[in-house]
Design a protein around this ligand. Structure first.
Ligand code: AMO
Length: 442
């Protein structure tokens, strides 16, 4: 018999079906056993009657076991219908039950409210829960919608290397890798150079890249391995060409997430993000003036946004602009990565921008330096040996058009979409100072 997916079962009333999935709930009621089964498409309530040949196995089966079930789909008696649930009007009368893999006794109830470390220690088990499936289903949609939005705008996807000869971001601590012949290589801290170089091939390029940063602090928003969704575009007039594309892409991601996952936002007790057209945009100076005036707080560092600044300006944007997103521009060039172009006529301010979302920076970008002599002079200013960047500088030597781009942290975006408190919740298998799957110290 062919397998039927659980979402199809409501069209199968009166017929015998074969399903495969996991046992979500097993309840013994008198001599009967209730056995709810879930597959990738949904859940159905199974009933094993005392006369069923499956009754002995049903009494043995454990929650989260993988099973194959044959049974007949029946309409539920009127009084047992739960109209708001998938398959709430049918039940599967189980005739045969095969345990494909019996689950051991669970260490705790999967509904239990676990602390973050226990949740992450048990991630492989916790992936059985609806909450975890929700987070990573939404994350998959974010990636897919981002990709579709860029392909639609004629960006070409490429693969950036994860092994590199040097650190692109200068500052983000790069992990060392022992390479051939006692050479040291590094794990990429960004696909930055490679996406810029791809502008010379395609004019518009993007990548969804794994990157690695030896962050020496364990905060709720930093990972050591993360996913950057980067794009880069050539022949721009200024960085606003980049922010406009980013805004459109983010709006499309939000709309797609809403269409596909309305139920998830409700289950996480949050709402679809407010993403108006256009997103509000402030300079750093303007943003900090608003924070001083609205939140009656002095600002210690006026050359960058602190986490508290980010939180408060987002609170203001939601209240005053009905937006969960806000761009901050006008950062001093010296605070930004070395490849950042200075805004013409606006020194010491750069073309760099950040996109904040619900209190956190989720994206950073800029127009880049494209002129060879200016780029080399900037490297010298920053004490960088330009000989070491000769591969990258081929772009500047051979035809880089004015170009710019940006990078969105997938895990931060997912985290804030669902109002999660810690980025590790939005990372299936997080790596940080204290963890590679298991805790690094006891
Ligand atoms: P930046 O370093 O700001 O810019 O990174 C871009 C985005 O990546 C995410 N991110 C992180 N998320 C979790 N843990 C981390 N340790 C971490 N570091 C960064 C954030 C951040 O906004 N090459 C430039 C981008 C560009 O100009 O195109 C860059 O990497 O969401």
């Amino acid at each position: 018999m062919e397998r039927t997916l659980i979402r199809e079962l409501n069209t199968c009333v009166g017929t015998q079906v074969l399903i495969r999935g996991w046992v979500s709930v097993r309840r013994d009621q008198g001599k009967m056993v209730f056995c709810d089964v879930r597959d990738r498409s949904g859940m159905v309530q199974g009933i094993v009657l005392p006369i069923s040949p499956a009754i002995e196995i049903a009494k043995e089966v454990t929650v989260e076991s993988a099973v194959e079930v044959v049974g007949t789909i029946n309409k539920r008696p009127e009084k047992n219908i739960t109209a708001d649930k998938q398959n709430g009007d049918i039940e599967l009368s189980v005739e045969s039950l095969t345990i494909l893999n019996k689950a051991q006794t669970l260490p705790f109830d999967l509904d239990a409210d676990l602390n973050l470390d226990t949740l992450l220690d048990n991630r492989p088990l916790m992936l059985h829960t609806e909450r975890e499936r929700d987070i990573f289903a939404l994350q998959a949609t974010v990636m897919q919608a981002y990709r579709n939005a860029l392909i639609k705008r004629e960006f070409t996807e490429f693969q950036a290397p994860a092994l590199v000869g040097g650190d692109a971001e200068g500052g983000a601590a790069a992990f060392k890798v022992s390479y051939y012949n006692e050479m040291t290589a590094f794990l990429a801290t960004s696909p930055q150079f490679y996406k810029e170089l791809m502008v010379n091939a395609f004019e518009r390029a993007f990548t969804i890249a794994k990157i690695f940063r030896g962050e020496k602090h364990a905060t709720p928003r930093h990972l050591s391995e993360l996913t950057q969704m980067d794009f880069e575009m050539g022949f721009i007039r200024d960085y606003h060409d980049v922010t406009r594309v980013l805004e459109e892409v983010v709006r499309e991601v939000v709309v797609t997430a809403g269409e596909k996952h309305g139920g998830i936002f409700a289950r996480f007790d949050t709402t679809l993000p407010l993403a108006p057209d256009p997103f509000p945009m402030l300079t750093l100076t303007e943003a900090q003036a608003i924070i001083r005036a609205e939140f009656k707080r002095e600002i210690e560092d006026t050359s960058d946004m602190s986490p508290e600044d980010e939180r408060q300006i987002c609170e203001w944007a939601r209240r005053e602009k009905q937006s969960d997103f806000i761009f901050i521009t006008g950062y001093p060039t010296k605070k930004r990565a070395f490849y950042t172009y200075e805004e013409p006529g606006k020194a010491p301010f750069s073309t760099g921008f950040d996109l904040l979302f619900r209190g956190l920076e989720i994206n950073s970008g800029s127009q880049r330096m494209h002129d060879y002599d200016e780029m080399v002079a900037r490297m010298q200013e920053r004490d960088l040996d330009h000989e070491k960047f000769s591969f990258y500088l081929q772009g500047h030597k051979y035809g880089f058009p004015p170009h710019g781009g940006c990078s969105t942290g997938l895990e931060r975006f997912t985290m804030k979409m669902l109002d999660l408190k810690n980025i590790r919740e939005a990372t299936a298998f997080p790596r940080d100072m204290n963890r590679i799957d298991m805790r690094l110290s006891s």
